[in-house]
Design a protein around this ligand. Structure first.
Ligand code: ZN
Length: 303
């Protein structure tokens, strides 16, 4: 698949609505267009951006039923928004998107960033496996919190990171209501392959892991180690995450929205070594034509 590799290539490839639409068509019909009604393979695009079968005249809207469904914003502008999301390593805030694209409403930029964020959990993604470190951290708020139940204004986030030798592999992050066995077991089951070695501290929330067919390795606190050193990789991820929320998003995330930001963080982190940002643009755009619409009312409004 061809995708833009540089800013210049992007500008040239998606300067017009027609270029954007043709790209969406190629994503939606990877093996070429085939009419669902009569199996004919030729079409034209009418002036409403609808594909029309040359044989039976059946009409197929390219954007209907996708994340672009009913959008009043041009495809050229939406493609640019997505490009600005993936091109910088740390992403962008809604206010930057609004300014760069000259959008009238902040809420529009905000809503589109959130729609694109919903594409960042790829369907059928593989669970973490091998050696995986797991721990929780508190995000947001000013007061320091207590383990287990979180604290006022803070959200409890559970983090898993794959260890490949000395290096860190992929990460998964999710908010949890409390650090009890129910929440922890659910996260681990959904994100880590059974049979993997799960490394945690001695917290009572992790007591079911052997029963759940994981190899549970408990790192005990020693006099030399403080809490953070038991799961040093999680500590690294947690501080990178907090810096990212503070830097790119000025901490403007509400607890209700935090999971989507965590998805974006994991998407970026897990692809941090990807040389071509254009490839990420392609991956998300492909998701966009497969993803059902996300209506503005489904998104929690910005404060
Ligand atoms: Zn047809």
């Amino acid at each position: 698949m061809e995708y833009p590799k540089t800013q210049m290539e992007f500008e040239q490839s998606f300067a017009t609505e027609e270029q954007c639409l043709n790209f969406l068509i190629s994503l939606r019909f990877e093996n070429g267009f085939v009419c669902k009604k009569c199996n004919h393979n030729e079409n034209w695009v009418n002036n409403r951006n609808v594909l029309v079968c040359k044989n039976c005249r059946k009409e197929i809207s390219i954007t209907a039923g996708t994340i672009f469904h009913g959008s009043r914003i041009s495809l050229t502008l939406l493609f640019r928004t997505l490009w600005y999301i993936v091109a910088p390593k740390n992403g962008v805030s809604a206010i930057s998107v609004q300014n760069i694209l000259g959008l009238k409403r902040y809420a529009t930029a905000w809503a589109w960033l959130h729609r694109f964020r919903r594409l960042m959990v790829l369907p059928g993604r593989e669970k973490l496996s091998g050696r995986v470190e797991v721990d929780e951290t508190l995000v947001g708020g000013k007061k320091s919190g207590k383990r287990g139940r979180g604290a006022e204004g803070k959200t409890l986030v559970i983090i898993a990171v794959e260890l490949i030798g000395e290096r860190m592999g992929r990460v998964r992050l999710e908010t949890i209501e409390q650090a009890d066995r129910i929440c922890i077991n659910k996260f681990i089951k959904n994100n880590i392959e059974t049979g993997s070695t799960v490394i945690t501290d001695g917290w009572k929330g992790y007591t079911d892991l052997n029963k759940m067919k994981y190899i549970h390795l408990i790192e005990e606190k020693t006099v030399k180690l403080d809490k953070d050193d038991i799961t040093p990789n999680i500590h690294k991820i947690a501080s990178l995450l907090k810096r990212w929320l503070l830097g790119t998003h000025q901490n403007y995330t509400s607890p209700e929205q935090l999971n989507y930001y965590l998805d974006e963080y994991a998407f970026r982190y897990n692809r941090r070594k990807s040389k071509s940002r254009g490839y990420l643009f392609y991956v998300l755009l492909k998701q966009a034509v497969l993803h059902e619409p996300v209506y503005e009312m489904e998104l929690v409004k910005p404060q």
